[in-house]
Design a protein around this ligand. Structure first.
Ligand code: ADE
Ligand code: ZN
Length: 359
């Protein structure tokens, strides 16, 4: 990857649609919050956390996801106060500004916090106030997506929806995450029906290479009626599914992320296939503090180069993301114009550079 390509990625206006705020916690932040909250944690040093983060040894994709989530859920136990939620949100938006991520839809896992005894209000107040303050300080627009943990009960999901009702205006959409095996989308049909009736936008994880990934994607579009799918890259295994997703213009938030044990981006070949098939695929970071790939600004040039995506194709990823964003159409259009203007001026710059080099 050359400097011009890296600069193009850094300055490209970007949107992040698939990011778990609890997954932004880096080993450093985990230790800082543990200390601030007076907690004794199992992995009490950076070295121990780095060793624990080396998940994905030789397991199946299902076991890999479980190992990753075990590390993730252990980490979020350091989140104890409204201030903690405020700080991680504010810090993330600062990072977005540094990477020219102009807009972010940020997922959170309320049940993982209320199950530990935290009030829903402390979680949502911290996140919301962090967004408002971060937007004012850094000029980054962001909205919240409340994820249902699919490995918990349907009743627990309804309880989260009930708790969220008082904050309806602060939450753009509802998602579905956590352990997929044994927890198909269909399990939550009634929850998603209610969420849709309450006006939420809908998304759901269909994680990579899980048991029944393709069937789960079908369930998401046919039964849950989602607007988006998180990951969803196994769709390319089914021609009819690709056609259905293309016809519906469903946004698929793919993640070419890598773990500490990986040499570099994963899944880029399949993202290339999705892209070439004309699907509305986007590039996202998922859990930047947990995975080695870091945030979108960091991973994009690596994944872009690995997939041989041209600058114009990377701009198309950004356009897909802004088109898939849960924003009024005038705002979406304005962001898309930012991307096309940027691409035009970057291409002029590249041409001028080439002409100067040739003369
Ligand atoms: N929760 C946080 N990260 C997740 C992921 N990658 N898949 C499913 N649930 C998650
Ligand atoms: Zn995710």
């Amino acid at each position: 990857m050359n400097d011009a390509y890296a600069r193009f990625c850094a300055e490209l206006p970007k949107a992040e649609l698939h990011l778990h705020i609890e997954g932004t916690l880096s080993p450093q932040q985990r230790l800082h919050l543990a200390r601030r909250n007076g907690l004794t944690v199992r992995h009490g040093s950076i070295a121990e956390l780095e060793a624990a983060r080396n998940f994905g040894a030789a397991g199946t994709p299902q076991e890999d996801l479980k190992e990753m989530l075990d590390y993730y859920y252990e980490g979020i136990e350091v989140l104890r106060t409204e201030r903690d939620f405020f700080d991680i949100t504010y810090d993330y938006l600062r990072q977005c500004q540094a990477e020219n991520i102009r807009y972010a839809e940020i997922s959170f896992d309320p049940q993982a916090h209320t199950a530990r005894g935290l009030p829903f209000a402390a979680v949502i107040d911290g996140l919301h106030n962090g967004l408002v303050a971060g937007e004012a300080a850094f000029g980054v627009r962001a909205r919240l997506v409340m994820c249902i943990n699919r490995d918990r009960s349907v009743e627990s999901a309804f309880e989260a929806l009930r708790a969220a009702a008082a904050y309806r205006e602060w939450i753009a959409g509802v998602g579905l995450d956590s352990i997929e095996q044994g927890n198909p989308p269909l399990k939550f049909k009634a929850v998603f029906d209610r969420a849709r009736a309450q006006g939420y936008r809908l998304t759901a994880h269909c994680d990579v290479d899980q048991q029944d990934s393709v069937r789960h994607i079908w369930q998401c579009i046919d039964e849950l009626g989602v607007d988006r799918i998180d990951h969803g890259i196994n769709c390319i295994e089914d021609v009819a599914l690709v056609s259905a997703l293309r016809a519906r213009r469903t946004c698929l938030t793919a993640c070419p992320t890598w773990r500490p044990r990986d040499a570099g981006p994963r899944r880029v070949d399949r993202m290339r296939t999705m892209f070439d098939l004309g699907l509305r695929v986007t590039m996202n970071s998922d859990d930047p503090g947990v995975l080695a790939s870091g945030s979108l600004g960091h991973l994009m040039p690596h994944a872009g180069a690995a997939g041989s995506f041209t600058p114009a194709e990377l701009a198309r990823f950004s356009i897909h993301a802004f088109e898939g964003a849960w924003l009024p159409s005038a705002e979406r259009d304005a962001y898309v114009r930012e991307v096309t203007d940027y691409l035009r001026s970057a291409e002029r710059g590249l041409q001028a550079g080439q002409a100067a080099g040739a003369s």
